[in-house]
Design a binder for this molecule. Structure first.
Ligand SMILES: [Zn+2]
Length: 310
């Protein structure tokens, strides 16, 4: 009899204990992103309600990431998967997602966010062809390099977060507002710095800057890659050198993960300079936030243009 009563009290105590768990102790959302930029924006909006990791590092070519078993393990435990969509990471993300066997984060599930929804895409081919190389088939996927599109990315991430944690909507909304306001203030500063160089012609290694070009009034006239993802060829480099000499172009922009040889060779021949820009958060040690990407790039470009004009 005594044992039965004790058991009854134990059951009651357990039930009360469970009910008394405060809502604030809700488990953090496990988020996996393809890119560090998406990770960083998710951290800004999700705050202390999320734990976010990125599969690609900020100094890696997002088109070509080696899938590892550790990535699959992370995806298997994820509540939310956030990717850029389009074909940026098609070489590796879909197979990792399938291997994770996590039904919560597959395309179409509430735990799947495609941040390209609503993004005004550039360079969309009139038909799906391989004309733009093999990796930009649906339009240019490097859209996070226009800070204005950061607003759309953040909104998509916010929509994903509130779907999974509606109780925290006010918290996420406040963070989104702060993010948007900070971005607008900073954007005005970046545009002011770039304004004197409006229309300046430059050359890029890979066709990943059309959004940056549009945002800041640059004019990218040639690429070292003959087509996106196809390495620079001697014929292409000769063509680029010719264009640079003829138009008096002095700047070539590239990414930390691209081989500098071709860019350096061209720059040497035409007396120009090579700028290795940040293409993502974490590209360089000091590029810690989405805002830092543009602080870093704008400062580097402005310094190079100023030097060239003297
Ligand atoms: Zn690309």
């Amino acid at each position: 009899m005594k044992t039965v009563i004790r058991l009854k009290y134990l059951v009651m105590a357990l039930a009360i204990g469970l009910l008394a768990t405060p809502a604030t102790a809700q488990k953090k959302l496990n988020v996996v992103t393809t890119l560090t930029d998406l990770q960083q924006i998710t951290e800004q909006i999700g705050g202390d309600k999320v734990e976010v990791i990125s599969i690609a590092t900020g100094y890696q070519n997002p088109h070509f990431v080696d899938p590892k078993p550790s990535h699959i393990l992370k995806l298997a435990k994820a509540d939310l998967f956030i990717s850029t969509g389009l074909d940026l990471t098609n070489g590796w993300a879909p197979s990792l997602l399938a291997s994770s066997r996590n039904s919560k984060i597959q395309a179409g599930s509430p735990g799947f966010v495609d941040t390209s929804i609503g993004v005004p895409l550039l360079n969309v081919p009139s038909s799906v062809s391989r004309e733009q190389g093999d990796i930009h088939v649906f339009g240019n996927p490097h859209y996070w390099l226009d800070p204005a599109i950061g607003h759309i990315i953040a909104q998509n991430i916010y929509n994903g977060l509130i779907k999974l944690q509606p109780a925290n909507q006010a918290y996420f909304a406040a963070n989104l507002k702060t993010f948007n306001e900070t971005l607008d203030t900073k954007m005005a500063g970046w545009k002011a710095k770039m304004k004197p160089f409006n229309g300046t012609k430059i050359v890029a290694y890979h066709d990943q800057w059309p959004y940056f070009e549009t945002a800041f009034g640059l004019d990218i006239v040639a690429f070292l890659e003959p087509k996106p993802g196809i390495p620079p060829s001697p014929a292409q480099l000769a063509k680029v050198m010719d264009t640079m000499s003829k138009d008096g172009i002095s700047v070539i922009v590239m990414s930390p993960y691209e081989k500098a040889d071709a860019a350096n060779l061209v720059a040497r021949k035409v007396g120009g300079s090579v700028l290795t820009l940040a293409t993502s958060v974490g590209a360089f040690k000091e590029v810690k936030t989405y805002f830092d990407v543009f602080d870093y790039n704008v400062n580097l470009i402005v310094a190079a243009f100023q030097k060239a004009s003297h």
